[in-house]
Design a protein around this ligand. Structure first.
Ligand SMILES: [Zn+2]
Length: 385
């Protein structure tokens, strides 16, 4: 396994990060360009876009913001309402499994910025089935969330005739991803299909399994090109127009009533993100099993790229926090989390083993994964130089 020479991002992952001849990842290259960007010009460009879309007679919302209630949602809503003085419609695709602190933050955001808010909850029965199916098929419980978060708000934009959707950061840009994904400042159907984390699974692939019918999957169906054109829907990434930084967003958010967790989130380095969904720990753990890195690596990379953390220290932090078996997430035990989708811990562990990339972890002579008492694996090499 090779690692970026500037941050701690691994090269042998499925996210095909482009590495240059010096062994530097595309995430670091994008970050290195940022100081050279004329942010005043970009801010002006952004103001012009918002003016163009402002509802002149006040008969409709000026834009739509997809929100989870997290730090970035707080910042987006703060920026659009208080800095630009616009009236957004907030839209949440709710994935069930809310943690209390996440719900409190969502309510805080809506009330603090005085916004109208659509909170969409799919049927719990259907969600359980989709969760379980996708977990067994792809080792990803959160497929419905990747899909719903990027699809349902677009449906609302079409229905409510609100052409401008304001997304936060292009995740491909912040966390590193294929060059073609980072260059875009707009979110399109193509972006969603290629880079939105859907792992190649189409909505239609679920039909007929576990009794799922098209009527259970309405919220995951991207509007037609015709419908999008009729309203002129466009989705921009705010992170293209300003030097986006999750840490400073978290500070803005806290200044506006956002609540953090009393300690760093399990498997991460910080206490201010991923506070909404109990399944997040499992999602991050599976990234580790499949690709050999987890949330701590992502976060360490962000801080290294911004000069807040030395690479040598980042290596230590990653080793300390990445890839621990997710016994508990924000106080919720794993048994309870998997029980919510009618699954036993035994089956959960079998699925873990099935999706573990054995080339990345130590195995015994028979090829079985070696685990410590806590169920943790050991990487074959941590040779992050
Ligand atoms: Zn890098």
């Amino acid at each position: 396994m090779k690692y970026c020479t500037k941050c701690v991002y691994p090269a042998a992952s499925a996210a095909p990060l482009a590495f240059d001849d010096n062994g530097v990842c595309s995430g670091c290259r994008v970050a290195a360009q940022k100081p050279r960007i004329d942010w005043d010009e970009r801010a002006e460009e952004l103001r012009e876009i918002f003016e163009e879309y402002r509802s002149v007679d006040g008969s409709n919302y000026d834009c739509l913001i997809p929100v989870s209630g997290g730090k970035d949602s707080h910042f987006q809503t703060y920026y659009v309402t208080e800095v630009l003085g616009l009236r957004p419609l907030l839209v949440t695709y709710s994935g069930n499994n809310w943690l209390p602190v996440g719900l409190r933050n969502l309510r805080n955001m809506r009330e603090r910025f005085g916004c109208d808010h659509i909170f969409f909850s799919p049927s719990v029965e259907a969600l359980k089935k989709i969760n379980r199916l996708c977990f067994r098929m792809m080792g990803d419980m959160n497929w419905h969330a990747h899909c719903g978060i990027f699809t349902y708000p677009v449906q609302v934009a079409v229905k409510e005739k609100i052409p401008l959707i304001v997304w936060g950061e292009n995740p491909q840009n912040e966390y590193g991803g294929p060059a073609g994904a980072a260059a875009d400042n707009v979110l399109t159907r193509r972006w969603l299909e290629e880079f939105g984390g859907l792992l190649g699974l189409r909505v239609s692939d679920l039909v007929g399994r576990e009794g799922l019918e098209p009527k259970h999957l309405i919220q995951y169906t991207y509007p037609s090109d015709d419908a999008l054109r009729r309203v002129g829907v466009t989705g921009l990434f705010l992170g293209y127009y300003m030097p986006w930084d999750g840490y400073s967003n978290a500070l803005y958010a806290q200044a506006h009533g956002f609540e953090t967790y009393p300690q760093p989130v399990e498997g991460a380095l910080v206490n201010y993100e991923n506070l909404d969904n109990a399944q997040t720990g499992i999602h991050d753990y599976f990234k580790f099993l499949k690709y050999g890195f987890g949330r701590a690596t992502d976060l360490a990379c962000l801080h290294v790229r911004r000069g807040r953390l030395a690479r040598t220290d980042a290596v230590k932090l990653v080793r300390m926090h990445d890839g621990k078996f997710p016994w508990v997430y924000l106080g919720t035990p794993i048994e309870e989390i998997v029980k919510s989708i009618d699954m036993t811990l035994d089956e959960f562990i079998r699925i873990c083993d099935r999706f573990t990339n054995k080339k990345l972890f130590e195995c015994d002579a028979r090829g079985n994964l070696i685990k410590d008492r806590g169920g943790n694996l050991t990487k074959v090499n941590y040779d992050n130089p």
